[in-house]
Design a protein around this ligand. Structure first.
Ligand code: KIV
Ligand code: ZN
Length: 498
């Protein structure tokens, strides 16, 4: 019987530390939902003391995600731990990840301290955290360059005061697989109370060995791995979730199993890449564009005769076929329903009818409809049905040398009203016209437009955040016309106020 390997995803913490990859709260919730769907066991949602934005995101994710354990990072500092406990207040399953540097570099240069004092601080921070949560994970930062005897002493001491998971980070990505595996084996053999905690790997990819080190850690007894989607992370990144999960799935000689729904790997990879604006290199293992593309004649011939001649993974196992083009304007209601059910939407006949109309409108403007498009149509349709305020009509005038103007017609609880306004551009003019109709002071705090796949006929996804009387409301919409999507997203947020 294979052991369970816990998947601890740190895309939203270590992954998000990459300059330029920061996400807003809405995007973090979207990633957290995708990770939940993918089946990860623990989501590290941030470092709450680092900024009010991070703190707020953790609060919001905690309200939205209930199955996986949500984990917040701290230093070995009481204030950090207090703030983390506060940020996780609404989380159903929670964990605090606290720790301190244990290598000579950290002890001497970062803290100007000594091994005994650091050991005391490690014990004190775990004891303090235990006041707030049952699950306490301790990290020995730069464990990769920490002497094994001292590391074992620290690990034994923190387990004795209640650490339930001990993380052994190769913070600088310096270890080789043999060395990292030997470190985990040393802890398994020399820490008397090791059976009371789970050992976790946390490897960085500076020498391109993060996945190899992680697998070596598993083979020597680690039962939790800390990973990010697409291996995103500072410098050369962290261990890639998809690489470890698929290695464990393919290789029967690695005696563990995970709870990951591998068919959702590809779509999660795409989502993270788009939201973090971090393209995936074409030859990236598992999720790169070329990961399953055979170009040489010999390979193509071999794969056609028997896929396993040249492929160790069926692309469908990571959801690659699923994400390819599925429908066109000629597809009927039955085909649409089939594909909606396949991606998790069960609609009644009336709902299917409404989504089908939207599908036809989109198929008129866009040649091929993908799963991502279907998710947006079905999702926004469900959203719109519940709204009290609906966009009935929108016309904008804009372009070089003209004053942007918008005429908007809304239906509010069945009543129709119309307004025209100008603005700095067509979106601003539309928002001004909508403001006139709802008679409320609404401040736009955030406005974000993204395309789902590629091409100028693509769907634009719009997220907005508005403020009214000190409260924040979020709105979302998607359309091939980004001005319409923007107006719909603004109305989506406003409907929650009205
Ligand atoms: O790489 C590292 O050491 C870390 C710790 C803070 C867990 O990310
Ligand atoms: Zn790290």
């Amino acid at each position: 019987m294979y052991d369970k390997l816990y998947i601890f995803d740190t895309t939203l913490r270590d992954g998000e530390q990459v300059p330029g990859c920061q996400l807003n709260t809405l995007e973090k919730i979207e990633v957290a939902k995708a990770l939940d769907d993918l089946g990860v066991d623990i989501i590290e949602v941030g470092f709450p003391v680092s900024s009010p934005g991070d703190f707020n995101s953790i609060v919001e994710i905690s309200k939205n995600i209930t199955r996986p354990t949500l984990c917040a990072l701290t230093r070995a500092v009481e204030k950090d731990i207090d703030v983390a406990a506060d940020a996780l207040h609404f989380a159903k399953n929670k964990r605090i990840h606290t720790g301190i540097g244990t290598s000579w570099y950290h002890i001497t240069h970062k803290f100007g301290s000594n091994q005994e004092e650091i050991l005391q601080r490690a014990v004190a921070c775990v004891k303090y955290t235990k006041k707030y949560v049952e699950e306490v994970e301790f990290y020995a930062e730069d464990a990769g360059r920490t002497e094994n005897e001292y590391l074992a002493k620290v690990v034994e001491a923190v387990i004795a005061v209640g650490a339930t998971v001990v993380n052994v980070p190769d913070t600088t990505g310096y270890c080789t697989p043999a060395e990292y595996g030997a470190k985990i084996a040393f802890l398994m053999e020399n820490v008397k109370n090791i059976h009371k905690a789970i050992i976790s790997t946390h490897c960085h990819n500076d020498l391109g060995m993060a996945t190899a080190n992680t697998l070596s850690g598993i083979l020597n007894g680690a039962r939790q791995v800390e990973v990010t989607v697409n291996g995103i992370g500072e410098r050369a990144g962290n261990t890639a979730l998809e690489e470890v999960v698929m290695a464990v799935k393919c290789r029967k000689d690695i005696p563990v199993h995970t709870g990951i729904d591998t068919q959702k790997i590809y779509r999660t990879s795409r989502l993270v890449s788009t939201l973090m604006r971090m393209p995936v290199q074409p030859n990236k293992a598992i999720v790169g564009r070329n990961a399953f593309a055979h170009s040489s004649g010999i390979h193509q011939d071999g794969v056609l005769k028997n896929r396993e001649s040249y492929e160790i993974i069926d692309p469908a196992d990571v959801g690659i076929n699923e994400s390819s083009i599925v429908l066109t304007a000629r597809s009927g209601r039955h085909a649409l329903n089939h594909h909606l059910e396949r991606i998790g939407y069960k609609l009644n006949p009336q709902e299917l009818d409404e989504v089908y109309q939207k599908f036809l409108q989109l198929a008129d403007r866009k040649k091929d409809i993908s799963d991502d498009d279907l998710r947006v149509i079905a999702g926004t349709e469900q959203n719109e049905r519940q709204r009290r305020v609906k966009l009935a009509y929108l016309q904008v005038v804009c372009g070089k040398s003209s004053i942007p103007m918008a005429t908007v017609q809304l239906r509010i609880d069945g009543e129709t009203c119309t307004a025209t306004a100008s603005g700095s551009g067509p979106v601003d003019a539309s928002f001004n016209a909508i403001r006139q109709l709802i008679h409320r002071k609404v401040t736009l705090e955030e406005y974000l437009v993204q395309v789902i796949t590629r091409g100028s006929d693509d769907m634009g996804k719009v997220h907005v955040q508005v403020e009214n009387r000190g409260n924040i409301y979020y709105g979302f919409a998607a359309n091939t016309d980004v001005v319409t999507a923007s107006a719909e997203a603004f109305i989506d947020a406003i409907s929650k106020i009205v």
